[in-house]
Design a protein around this ligand. Structure first.
Ligand code: ADP
Length: 256
């Protein structure tokens, strides 16, 4: 998927500059800089422990960086967090749905938090459910849904306040191949339609093949930033997987 008309154009949805974050003696992010533009689908690829979740947590305002600057949708995350977060949608690695509540109740909780009027909320919920093949199921308890459908509900929820920037943190973990494929295509379509910029964090090489841009994160540093084809070329034209193994050798040894 490429749409060069939106690449590097418009106001960046994200500008991160020399971000650093430690947990005690563990330096999780060393000096990470990146920018993201409207309509881009950017994959953040890294082995376990590379720092992907830490980066997502900084971008979503859960932690503040020890050093560096970060603005989301033009708002400084340190001083203008509420305005930055108003335009951000996040699907975290761990599900945060209330299993005993219905889909509708879970989604209304989110729209209430964002101050969205009930009538508008119900319209958006109905449209989101229909778009993801869950129409008529709003009264169903989340516990009764498959893992794939729970993730769809989380994606619908992340989009209800119409964010301009969508963060997906290892969102396909635990999904069967068909659900994984559906989720990826749905999110790619949103970016392609210019509705959101997407940062898709994953440790799965095959999930980056259709990205507009791939960032490879290894041991807290971005070691590659470019097109999937350029990543392949870097390994002598072998494959994405070979390129990834060459860039993150610890993965091969099971050290990370
Ligand atoms: P990834 O999401 O790529 O697997 P993480 O951001 O979870 O990577 O982890 C990066 C590094 O920070 C790892 O060495 C991990 O062990 C460490 N780390 C992550 N979260 C914490 C935490 N809450 N406390 C201490 N160390 C952490």
């Amino acid at each position: 998927m490429t749409h060069p008309e939106t690449t590097d154009s418009g106001t960046p949805v994200l500008i991160a500059s020399a971000l650093q974050k430690s947990y005690g003696a563990t330096l999780a992010l060393k000096s990470v800089s990146l920018s993201l533009y409207p309509g881009q689908f950017v994959a953040l690829l890294g082995p376990n422990g590379a720092g992907k979740s830490t980066l997502v947590q900084l971008l979503s305002g859960l932690f503040v960086p020890d050093r560096g600057d970060l603005s989301v949708l033009g708002f400084d995350i340190r001083t203008q967090a509420p305005r930055a977060l108003a335009g951000l949608g996040v699907v975290f690695q761990q599900s945060s749905l209330d299993l005993d509540l219905s889909i509708r109740a879970n989604l209304l909780f989110h729209t209430d938090l964002h101050g969205i009027a009930r009538k508008t909320a119900l319209q958006r919920i109905a449209a989101g459910l229909e778009q993801h093949g869950l129409q008529g199921q709003d009264g169903v308890a989340v516990r009764a849904l498959s893992g794939g459908n729970r993730r769809k509900v989380e994606l619908i929820r992340a989009l209800l306040h119409q964010p301009k920037f969508l963060l997906m943190d290892e969102a396909t973990v635990g999904l069967d191949p068909a659900s994984r494929h559906d989720l990826m295509r749905s999110v790619e379509a949103l970016a392609q339609a210019g509705e959101v910029a997407v940062l898709w964090a994953t440790h799965l090489v095959d999930e980056v093949a259709h990205a507009d841009r791939v960032l490879v994160l290894s041991q807290g540093e971005i070691v590659f930033d470019g097109l999937p084809s350029e990543l392949i070329a870097q390994s002598g034209g072998l494959s994405l997987e070979q390129a990834f193994l060459q860039l993150c050798p610890a993965t091969r040894n099971g050290k990370s």
